[in-house]
Design a protein around this ligand. Sequence first.
Ligand SMILES: Cc1ncc(COP(=O)(O)O)c(C=O)c1O
Length: 470
Amino acid sequence: MAWGNDAADSRLHGTNIADSVIDTIGSTPLVRLKRISEIHGIECVLAMKMETTNPGGSAKDRPALEMILAAERSGELRPGGTIVEPTSGNTGVGLAIVAAQRGYKCVFVMTDKVAPEKVSLLRAYGAEVVVCPVAVPPEDPTSYYKVAERLTVERDAFRPNQYANPNNPLAHEKTTGPELWAQTGGRITHFVAGAGTCGTITGTARYLKAQNPAIKIIAGDPDASVFSGGSGRPYLVEGVGEDFYPAAWSPDLYDQVIPISDEESFLTARQVSREEGILIGGSGGMAVATAIRVAKAAAPNDIVVVLNPDSGRGYLSRVFDDQWMANFGFLRECDECIAAVLDARGDTPSLLYVNPSTSVRNTIDLMRANGISQLPVCKNTPPFAAAEVAGAVDELDLMEAVYRDSSVLDSAVEQVMGPKLPTIGVGQKVALAVEMLDVAPALLVLSGGRPLSVLTRSDLLSYFEVLSNG
Ligand SMILES: Cc1ncc(COP(=O)(O)O)c(C=O)c1O
């Protein structure tokens, strides 16, 4: 690959020295996923566009560059100016790289759902990072959208707004699409990618469909995201899926949007990393899980390309941390695990819960009718995400509250609820439950990232009894 360099500097003639890191954005490799294809019985050619080889390690370097160059041309960004952007990290890195080269300051606003490594990474590029709570609606003044709006005004800054900026999809239309067309000799039949701002999938689709309208465009999507028909409820995969439709959302260009669970996304990310030696993150795992489905149904001569947006390095404390994975019920640590305790209980009922607005009176009735002493308080209706658990109620606490003031019976349970129950994964060790129940009255068991059941000391006692009779 030859980088463009300063033609006027004769010392560079005949060299392959890039003028700056900006000139190394794009032209990423396309690599076959042969081992994944073997494992999953895929007959067509399945290849991955490796966006990790961009200087910032993600696909977002492309729109970052395009958005800044366009803002310089339009005068929105002046020499020494400031850039403010709400971003989950990757766009921030791209912007920080281009800003460093061109002399701008950067302020990034993100939610507390983002892996802590991503925050440190942006600070390493000299950027200011403001972290906001994820659990507030977009119109709340502390939401990351609103905080970014306020900072843009206060600092007289340029706001690239990747969710609305046409230069985001344009970057992919100008670079990613043509690269894929050239790299496959015009024989690409399917393009698969995750969608967040929809810049990647829409821009690439525009170019590819213009070359050959028969090319199929498939989006992988977290199963709770609105793109695949979800309601935008919480999920754990980062950077993809939304609870609203960004400007670049173009359903006419997409042939299919396939919902993928957190569990399948994470397990696929781990499988690709181990089997192919390509370290990818949760959203890359989601894209590959989608591509596996597409490729299985494709004809042997088809070429299915999946875009991997970034590296697994940003997710070492989550997707690649066995403890974290096990605690959410994504991994089994042992045979003798919590699942066996639930099996021994036999009639594992669906999770009993109350909503925060349920009255204390109805909560007590529910507990009495089912002979239970603890109940989780969850927002919405099942299936819940772990993030939708708001707290818990305990028989003892309710008794004390009602004794002090009987009018509490008609209050919403959220007025008197206690903290959330500690969580344990369905595949974690029984010994861990014994240790935790020494201090906690009950545990909330998670499976596939979702609350499954409440585990009490009496459940463990029954299990030990079954074992000893066994
Ligand atoms: C990790 C990751 N994957 C995928 C995407 C989706 O790309 P796009 O925003 O172009 O739809 C993003 C977007 O931020 C991302 O950060």
